[in-house]
Ligand binder design. Structure first.
Ligand code: HEC
Length: 479
């Protein structure tokens, strides 16, 4: 015991841990952040820090085995999954840790926004937080490509083609993302460097600034309706408020933060144990007709938006929305730096958060439904139904199935719904027009020129014609 005290004393003296230790114990927090129910809203930020540390540890462990080259990346992950002790588990931790970071970063942001904590004097806390938000999303995005499977590669391919639409800078931007004309070794190396060196260093630096600012300006007190922020008096009022009714960071706030961190860690560890690592999925296929990404869940909402928006909104959704979001987020604390903080006095703020969350949830749910991507699980049309068709139409139904049309199109009630239901198309379009659409492709429909023989198209036309008539007379399937 005595020796322990001596070692501690030595460390206190040489490393100056005493002030830090005292600081944590004595740092004042305003009333309401300590042991009240409202204090629970303040745990997301600290939890982010701890999950980030978990990501650093698991990420470092993974980097020891991962090979960042298109030829070896996928195999090295399989190797990690199957042969390295705890490899799959650590990959699971890293994936669910990433998921937790995305959830927490938005929860933290929503809390800060709802309690108006971005207002004077904490504008820079918010701005550094926005930078962290983008850095975290950039980590999630670059990490996805490192898996080097079909989904990761096509997700980045789509992102690059979106970036290419930026006015003036489009093409250079695309080449900057891909480090060349198309996704390849250069892209992977660049994403790897970003993911393991550049972005983590930036995150460390900005977290440092962010925490410094929290300490300098103090934790925001829980808002109260009718107590607006007035920049002229706020600081002196806050100091008094904190001294009079406040408590200390340790153990009041720190204690519950530890509880929350333990809960988050438990969820991550259990998820990694139960669900294991994420992928890698099938390796990328350069010959794939059409790259249809199935991104990690944190980007699903955006890709749902891409596929579902009407074409006239292309520019708006793909370009202006993400571009304008940055200045809007950065300008927020400057534009609304004073005034009421309480959510009850800022209904539009509550509405904005609730609205964004609902839209996000809807888009994610829509993205998770199999039909927004081709449905590779569809079965051939019901044999009993097709049995009544004339021979060429029956043959057509087989071609339709073998050629994968039913991944995207339903006919007579079976098939995916990525593309329109084709049951009654033959009533609406003459055969030549249908042929043109199949050969040339249209919108998100791939072109089949040179893929299908004339004969195959003929029998499919017969099939569609028969299906339309059958649907009309028997009222089965279709719209
Ligand atoms: C990757 C998914 C996908 C596959 C596979 C696919 N299609 Fe399509 N198809 C679409 C989409 C999406 C549209 C709607 C395009 C648009 O209007 O923007 C479409 C449109 C069509 C249309 C026009 C429908 C109309 O009402 O205008 C026809 C006909 C058609 N497809 C036939 C086929 C045939 C035949 C095959 C198989 C050789 C096939 N498609 C394979 C996605 C697909």
């Amino acid at each position: 015991m005595k020796r322990a005290t001596r070692v501690a004393g030595w460390l206190y003296d040489r490393a100056g841990i005493a002030p830090l230790h005292r600081f944590i114990r004595e740092h004042k927090i305003p009333p309401g952040v300590g042991r009240t129910r409202k204090g629970w809203f303040y745990v997301f930020g600290p939890a982010l820090l701890f999950v980030f540390l978990l990501q650093v540890v698991t990420g470092t462990a993974l980097a020891l085995h991962y090979i960042p080259s298109p030829v070896h990346a996928w195999d090295s992950l399989q190797h990690l999954n199957a042969e390295v002790a705890w490899g799959g588990f650590v990959r699971g931790l890293h994936f669910f840790g990433a998921s937790a970071m995305v959830v927490l970063v938005f929860a933290h942001m929503a809390r800060v926004f709802l309690t108006g904590s971005y207002k004077y004097p904490r504008e820079l806390n918010w701005i550094s937080g926005v930078v962290l938000l983008y850095l975290v999303m950039a980590m999630a995005f670059t990490g996805q490509l490192l898996r080097w499977d079909e989904d990761g590669v096509s997700t980045v391919a789509v992102a690059a083609s979106i970036a290419a639409r930026t006015p003036v800078l489009g093409e250079p931007l695309r080449e900057l993302i891909l480090r060349g004309d198309s996704i390849g070794g250069g892209t992977l190396t660049a994403f790897y460097a970003l993911h393991v060196i550049v972005l983590p260093l930036l995150i460390f630096a900005v977290i440092g600034i962010h925490i410094y600012l929290v300490l300098r300006n103090g934790v925001s007190e829980p808002p109260e309706a009718g107590r607006p922020v007035d920049p002229r008096t706020y600081r002196s009022w806050y100091r008094k408020h904190r001294t009079e009714g406040g408590s200390t960071y340790w153990p009041d706030a720190a204690g519950r933060e530890m509880i929350f961190v333990a809960v988050v860690y438990t969820i991550i560890f259990v998820s990694a144990l139960v669900f294991g690592p994420q992928g890698p999925g099938p390796p990328p296929d350069p010959a794939a007709l059409e790259a249809i990404p199935d991104p990690d869940w944190f980007f699903l909402w955006y890709y749902s938006l891409i596929w579902y928006k009407p074409p006239v909104l292309d520019e708006l959704v793909l370009l202006w929305l993400p571009l304008l979001l940055v200045p809007v987020l950065l300008a927020l604390p400057v534009a609304f730096g004073a005034g009421e903080r309480a959510p009850s006095r800022r209904p539009w703020a509550v509405f904005l958060v609730a609205g964004s969350f609902t839209i996000w949830l809807t888009l994610t749910a829509v993205g998770m439904r199999p039909y927004w991507v081709p449905d590779f699980e569809t079965r051939p049309p019901d044999a009993a139904v097709v049995a009544e068709a004339p021979p060429d139409a029956r043959l057509g139904s087989q071609v339709f199935f073998q050629r994968g049309c039913q991944y995207c199109h339903a006919v007579l009630g079976s098939g995916g719904s990525y593309g329109p239901d084709l049951t009654r198309t033959a009533l609406r379009l003459p055969p030549e027009e249908i042929t043109v659409r199949i050969i040339m492709g249209i919108g998100n429909m791939p072109a089949y020129q040179g893929v299908l023989s004339t004969q195959e198209i003929e029998v499919m036309l017969a099939y569609l014609r028969w299906a339309a008539e059958a649907a009309e007379t028997d009222g089965i399937g279709g719209r």
